[in-house]
Design a binder for this molecule. Structure first.
Ligand SMILES: [Fe+2]
Ligand SMILES: [Fe+2]
Length: 375
């Protein structure tokens, strides 16, 4: 007879599995195991929890801690050898799938002036959010884009892309965000290196923004038929302006303040099929109420300072810090300044949650909508 217990997940609740081990049952379970099978009632309560239980830990990575190690990598590896010179963010609950939270990967990439990484394509969708430096560029399917601080760039599923820094630029650092863990979980990931290692720039530089970046104006003729946004770069200046104009109207969401989603201008939907993104503003002194929802969220502080309470823990942040909110964990945000606004960039898996019918949201009841913070 096996010495393993099978009754660890019993629940004394009508409709839930509640079967005690007996010598006869354990012998039966052992027989099933020999046939690579099992009795559902021994695992049902574990694999069907009452509500989502994220394996991810709420985390904050301070840029002050990471910037030095990121810069050290410049002297240690060449981009040609590394493929991409990136330091990834390892959530202690998701190390096995190299996720920053849930099924989302994130890393910090650094390049020196004159460096260019190899052109490649993969099934994972990717984005970058520029943290510092001058002269960075990304080429996506022949569209070259110049990049500045707080610009948000897409490299959608299947596109040829490479990144570099112009020879007359400075050392550049940006955050990468990808759905690698999700695509691997779905066992659908392909990776291809460009046959010539570099792709041709096939269009005028920044043509995507010139064609599609004007607010509420589309080119009268176009041939865009891809399943992702034709606007591949969302620049910071018009984004910030949109937040400021929105903030003059009213308080926005009680849970997020002034939150604007980056969208595909053709559809109004998310910029890529699997990854959504937003920029939000917390006005001076603003403190939001707590809510929770399904989906995983990676934030970067684009501007200002403040704190977030995530799962009852307070995380203080300032510009360039990165933090994550796991699925179904209560969270609320606060701007620490009474004079300056704070802006949070965020990318997430909401398009997946929504398209699969898995989106759910709940406000925190009681305590004036705020969590009790752990000492
Ligand atoms: Fe890539
Ligand atoms: Fe939220």
């Amino acid at each position: 007879m096996s010495d393993r217990r099978h009754e660890n997940h019993r629940e004394d609740v009508a409709g839930r599995a509640n079967v005690a081990d007996t010598p006869e049952l354990v012998a039966y379970y052992d027989d099933l195991a020999r046939s690579e099978a099992g009795a559902l009632w021994t695992v049902a309560n574990r694999i069907e929890p009452w509500e989502p239980r994220s394996a991810s830990v709420p985390m904050l990575w301070r840029y002050a801690d990471l910037r030095g190690p990121v810069l050290r990598s410049l002297a240690l590896v060449e981009p040609e050898k590394a493929g991409r010179r990136v330091i990834y963010l390892a959530n202690p609950g998701r190390r096995d799938v190299v996720a920053a939270v849930g099924w989302l990967y994130s890393g910090i990439q650094v390049m020196n002036p004159g460096e260019v990484a190899t052109s490649h394509a993969h099934s994972a969708s990717a984005l970058r959010f520029i943290m510092e430096g001058r002269g960075a560029f990304t080429v996506v399917d022949g569209h070259k884009m110049t990049l500045g601080e707080n610009d948000f760039v897409l490299t959608p599923n299947g596109t040829w892309h490479e990144h570099g820094v112009e020879a007359d630029g400075t050392t550049c650092i940006w955050q990468d965000g990808l759905d690698i863990p999700l695509v691997n979980a779905l066992e659908a990931n392909f990776f291809v290196v460009h046959p010539r290692m570099r792709q041709e720039v096939a269009h005028p530089v920044d043509n995507s923004t010139a064609l599609w970046g004007a607010p509420a104006l589309h080119p009268a003729t176009h041939s865009w038929d891809r399943p992702y946004s034709p606007l591949l770069k969302y620049e910071w200046a018009p984004t910030y302006e949109a937040l400021l104009r929105r903030a003059r109207l009213d308080a926005g969401s009680p849970f997020d303040g002034i939150l604007m989603n980056y969208v595909n201008p053709l559809t109004g939907g998310p910029p890529m099929q699997t990854i959504g993104a937003s920029m939000q503003m917390l006005r001076p002194g603003e403190r939001t109420r707590a809510h929770r929802h399904t989906g995983s969220f990676v934030y970067q502080v684009a501007r200002g300072s403040g704190w977030s309470v995530i799962g009852g823990r307070r995380f203080d942040w300032k510009q360039r810090d990165i933090f994550v909110v796991p699925s179904w964990v209560f969270h609320e945000h606060a701007n620490a300044s009474d004079t300056e606004d704070a802006c949070l960039f965020c990318f997430n898996d909401l398009p997946v949650m929504r398209s699969l019918g898995l989106w759910r949201e709940e406000a925190l009841a009681g305590n004036d909508g705020h969590q009790v913070v752990a000492p």
